[in-house]
Design a protein around this ligand. Structure first.
Ligand SMILES: [Fe+2]
Length: 280
């Protein structure tokens, strides 16, 4: 049951520094789970380091204002129901079904004479709609943007494509790396409005390209089609705030530029992690 995730579960507590720091030795590291802490990870690069492809001004607003504001709203929502989390990503699959454990604690303190039956009933209460909505939107935004930053690196700072098993898996599913990029581009361009494009490792072992609307992501199995559900190993922000300042409405030009700053070392690392999780 996913509710265990809200009690500081350890299995998703891998630190960002461990993930990022080991990204360049992907094939030498044992698989580790990916966690998203309830805080903004420091960017692993200078704001100017992705230029000319992604400009510093856009990154600054995107990271320090847009992402930060969503995290603030998420923290406030979780605090309102006394919910503590070790990894925000662990909330994603069970937003609608998650019980509200703090209610039981408060009820027992405030109503000591409450019958056992009544307290058990309170445990089954779901999170308030407003909290569910915030976890979906702001929690999703925090998870998605944390991933987006992790999958970026300065141009020519690492491999120019996936390596090892990740590369073989992509070729198996899409033919060639070039064909994969074309399919990813097509999916991202065909997505209307705000959202995200993903490379997803599904529980059945398939790698698929998909997009989601707004701040939804493939971890949200209550909201996405089963064919799109899984753990992502590449994330692209399709919201206009990601690119409008520099590329205006030319999303294609933005994506063509983004390919130059994809952290393929981390993609390979993420592939090793997620395939390790599902093979356990
Ligand atoms: Fe964004």
């Amino acid at each position: 049951m996913h509710s265990s995730a809200i009690h500081r579960r350890k299995f998703l507590a891998t630190s960002a520094s461990a993930l990022m720091g080991s990204a360049f030795a992907a094939d030498k590291m044992p698989p580790q789970p990916i966690g998203i802490p309830l805080q903004q990870e420091p960017l692993a690069f200078d704001l100017h380091a992705l230029e000319p492809y992604l400009d510093a001004a856009t990154l600054r607003l995107h990271y320090h204002e847009y992402h930060a504001q969503h995290l603030l709203e998420l923290k406030q929502a979780l605090s309102s129901v006394e919910l503590s989390v070790a990894s925000v990503s662990s909330l994603m699959p069970c937003i609608l079904s998650m019980p509200r454990p703090a209610v039981e604690r408060r009820s027992l303190l405030q109503f000591g004479a409450m019958s056992r039956q009544a307290s058990v009933k309170s445990v089954s209460q779901k999170l308030p709609q407003v909290v569910q909505d915030c976890i979906r939107h702001s929690g999703g935004a925090h998870v998605n943007h944390t991933a987006f930053w992790r999958f970026l690196s300065p141009p020519k700072s690492g491999h120019l494509g996936p390596q090892g098993k990740a590369a073989m898996h992509i070729e198996k599913e899409f033919g060639t790396f070039h064909e994969f990029k074309a399919a990813f581009m097509e999916a991202a361009l065909n997505h209307e409005g705000s959202g995200w494009a993903w490379l997803v490792y599904r529980p059945d072992g398939r790698l698929v390209i998909t997009t989601t609307y707004n701040e939804d992501n493939p971890l949200m199995k209550e909201f996405v089609d089963w064919r799109d559900h899984g753990r992502f190993i590449l994330a692209l922000d399709l919201w206009e705030h990601s690119y409008y300042s520099k590329y205006k409405n030319n999303r294609k030009k933005y994506i063509e530029a983004w390919w130059n700053v994809v952290n393929w070392n981390f993609v390979s690392k993420a592939h090793a992690i997620v395939t390790g999780i599902y093979s356990l």
